[in-house]
Each structure stands twice: as C-alpha cells, then as structure tokens.
Design a protein around this ligand. Structure first.
Ligand code: AP5
Length: 211
C-alpha cells in the first residue's frame, strides 16, 4: 500500500531508474513518465521534436529545457492518480518549472559510482517491442538474442557507446547532480544505494513509498 504518489527517481545514467520504474508501476499503477522513453519514441516516429532531440541525445547532451517542459507538462497534469517521473527534471530550471505544475511527495536518489555506470551501460540491451531492460553480463536476453518476454528484437541504444556514456555521466554531474541539494533543501530527498541487487532496491523503494 503506497501513500506517496507524486514520485521522482533521480540518479546517474545506468543507476537502475528504468529497471525500478517498471517494477514500481506494476506494483502501484502510477503513470510512468520517462522523458528518455518519450524522446526515443519521437525519434523513432521521426517527428520534428524527435529530429531535434536526436542531435543532443546521440552526443549524450541534454535536450533544451523548453522542449522538455512543453513535452511533459500535459502528461503530468493528466496523471491524477499518481505518477513516477524517471529522467525529469534534469536541471534546476526544469525542477523550478515542475514546481509551477505540481509539487512532489518524494525524490528517490539512486546512487551509483562512475565505473559501475560505464560497466553496466556498455552491457545494457533493450527490447525494441516491449521495453524490457537486459544486461548481457547480469541479466541476458534469450540465447538467440531475442526478448524472453515477447520475442521482440533486442538492441543496443545509440547512446550506450563508451564515449557517449562518459559524456552523459559528466553532463549528469554538472547539470543534474545539483538537484540532490535542491530536493534535500526541500526535505524531499531519500537516498538508495544502487549497487545492491535489484530486488533489494525495489523493497527499499516500496518501504519509502509507504510513508
Ligand atoms: P534517459 O533515457 O533518461 O537515460 P539516462 O538517465 O541516461 O538513464 P538510463 O536509461 O541510461 O539508465 P537507468 O538509470 O534507467 O538504468 P537501467 O534501469 O536501464 O535519457 C537519455 C537521453 O535523453 C539523455 O542523455 C538526454 O539527451 C535526453 N533526455 C532525457 N530526459 C531529459 C531531460 N529531462 N532533459 C533533457 N534531456 C533529456 O539500468 C542500466 C543497466 O544496469 C541495465 O542493463 C540493467 O539491466 C542493469 N541494472 C539495473 N539495476 C541493476 C542492479 N541493481 N544490479 C545490476 N544491474 C542492474
């Protein structure tokens, strides 16, 4: 039984935000709002936003704040029974814009050191059809490289190349990590060690959400 229903997952690339988000929404029914997933859909559909966003994403840079806020605002306003923000906000300007849309109940910061981020993301694979997240070292797809859940094609994200991962981590440190103090100052921050097994992290998160 969860009490807190306006939730944000914070943390470096590869910390396990997407992995935990899938478990949390299955348990709670919250709307999963991943700006990375929404942007990748825009890229796949070759929309104007997708074409613009791709230039930033392929380099591991952040998409401009104005585009992100316009993209997410309506989705947050529509999620009246609870939402899980994954990858948003990512700058102080985005966090300030969010405060004008709604207030959060809790921010869960999943910490992971740089070397582990690189180790995990170079081994990540994702199902193109259903979005299940794999890892060729710790949680591989089927032997013929397809998704064990739906049989879909499993692929490597364009931004999971080592040099792009390193830049994403540097961008996180410079632009997103300041949100740790931003939310700590508001009394909303809860910290979780992302190096633990996925099921352990999930239990810790559920206990945080139960208030
Ligand atoms: P986005 O898609 O949000 O990427 P990210 O934040 O870099 O996060 P990741 O998806 O890489 O990692 P994750 O924490 O979800 O880890 P996962 O669960 O997959 O953003 C991509 C790009 O979009 C950005 O670079 C930017 O350009 C743009 N963008 C998005 N939002 C934006 C915004 N708000 N503003 C501006 N630009 C924006 O796990 C990683 C791997 O580890 C997997 O292989 C998994 O199997 C494994 N794993 C997970 N948990 C564990 C565990 N406990 N133990 C061992 N292995 C684990």
């Amino acid at each position: 039984m969860t009490v807190l229903s306006r939730v944000m997952l914070l943390g470096p690339p590869g910390a396990g935000k997407g992995t935990q988000a899938k478990k949390i929404v299955a348990e709670t029914g919250f709307v999963h709002l991943s700006t990375g997933d929404i942007l990748r859909e825009e890229v796949a559909r070759r929309t104007e936003l997708g074409r613009t966003a791709r230039e930033f994403m392929d380099r591991g840079e952040l998409v401009p704040d104005r585009l992100i806020i316009d993209m997410i605002r309506g989705r947050i306003e529509a999620a009246r029974d609870g939402f899980l923000l994954d990858g948003f906000p990512r700058t102080v300007a985005q966090a300030e814009a969010l405060e004008k849309i709604t207030l959060l109940d809790v921010v869960i910061n999943i910490e992971l050191p740089r070397e582990e981020v690189i180790h995990r993301l170079t081994a990540r694979r994702v199902c193109r059809k259903c979005g299940v997240i794999y890892n060729v070292l710790s949680n591989p797809p089927s032997a013929n490289g397809t998704c064990t859940a739906c049989g879909g094609e499993v692929y490597q994200r364009d931004d999971d190349r080592r040099e792009v991962i390193e830049n994403r981590y540097d961008v996180y440190k410079a632009s997103t990590a300041p949100l740790i103090d931003f939310y700590r100052d508001r009394g909303l921050l809860r910290e979780v060690d992302g190096a633990q097994p996925s099921d352990v992290i999930f239990s810790v998160i559920l206990s945080i959400l139960s208030g």
